[in-house]
Design a binder for this molecule. Sequence first.
Ligand code: 5GP
Length: 176
Amino acid sequence: MVICGPGGVGKGTIASRLVAEVNDLSLSRSWTTRRRRRGERDDSYLFVTREEFEDAIAKDRFFEWAEFLGNLYGTPRPDPDMDSDLLLEIDIQGAKQVRQKDPDAAVILVIAPSSDEQRHRMVSRGDDKGTIDERVAVGQREVSEALKFADYVVVNDDLNRAVSEIASIINSLRSK
Ligand code: 5GP
């Protein structure tokens, strides 16, 4: 299951809530070359150097990877024997790669109710103000692209509602 969307739509919060509330669902731990933010949990990513990341690309260790704002992010190839469903919380470029590689993956696109709301969330979580307008514009272009391949589109207008909508999607996929 893939949760994707542009920056500032709240997909990280939604993904953490889902793994806490839905049985047998685990969150894939991505690798990144980004530095750990102040106060960020050290298990939120595997923080690696660019050399370590490029070495893993060369060894074909990633299921998908992408560059985002100058840093590399990637999903390690999942363990084929794991007995829970795997949730990926990744950007739209990565979701497009998953879509191409795994026809069984369910791609859920999360969008903000408006670009003003998305901008507001980026400001309140302390993102660099100089790049917010550009990131909102890039996000809008990515969303138009993602609408072509996503299986579900969920508007994050209210966190509890969005989480329960996605939990219902997961339950209905499991019962199929
Ligand atoms: P952040 O630096 O704010 O934690 O994440 C930046 C962006 O990278 C977010 O859109 C996040 O969803 C995305 N991201 C996190 N992990 C991965 C990954 O493994 N692959 C891809 N393609 N994007 C990721």
